[in-house]
Write a protein that binds this ligand. Sequence first.
Ligand code: PXP
Length: 250
Amino acid sequence: MKSSRLGVNIDHVATLRQQRGENYPSLVNAADIVLSAGADQITIHLREDRRHIQDTDVPAVKMVCERYNKPLNLELGVDPEIVSIACDIKPEWICIVPEKREERTTEGGLDLKSPDTFNKIKSAMEKIRKESKDSKISLFVEADTETLDKCIELKADAVEIHTGDYAKAHLEENPIESFLENFAKGKEQIQAKGIGYHAGHGLTDNSLKPLVDAGLFEEYNIGHWIICDAVFNGLEKSCKTLIDLCNSTK
Ligand code: PXP
């Protein structure tokens, strides 16, 4: 079975920094450790409220990615100012996510069944495709047939499936079979169109394993668990734990 890629979300390193308003821990050092450990990409989310990643972090992290010849995956909502920043920075990947100011973290996928949301995403994609031609676009969505049809209609380069509810069920030792079946169904629908099939949100070492064992996704973007585990084991070791998992074949 082909191994999958690991994107490491380092937003939580910036959260620690912003908590005290100091200039440490360094995001550049974090990106450097993650990529030297063998991760496949760095993921950061420039939020409209700038609660963790700051504007200056984006080009700084991109430079580290360039040094390792690895992609930067920039997550964003469709706020026009943020989309313009992304078009200037021109990351390899842009992942469009829903964003609400009051949420603790991204709470679910884009509601593409709403014509208003669909049209907003469509025009953001048009701007990106015009101004940052080489950036590929992924859409963060639920594994729902109708929503995935909308991603196909929008000609997304990839979808990133929201795994938050699955991960929570796994953590609480509730049944996960229906999630796995749904992810497998989504995979068939999306890969038949040559679109990338990525996953992220809430994943831990334990909840990642069944997904890798079932060969469901090409790429996983994981942040919170890695930074939490790094408190005890160090960032390099925590990344290597998940890289090994992504490379494990059943
Ligand atoms: N993918 C997307 C689209 C996200 O919004 C996030 C959280 O910023 C992640 C992946 C990583 O989630 P977590 O930090 O829970 O691993």
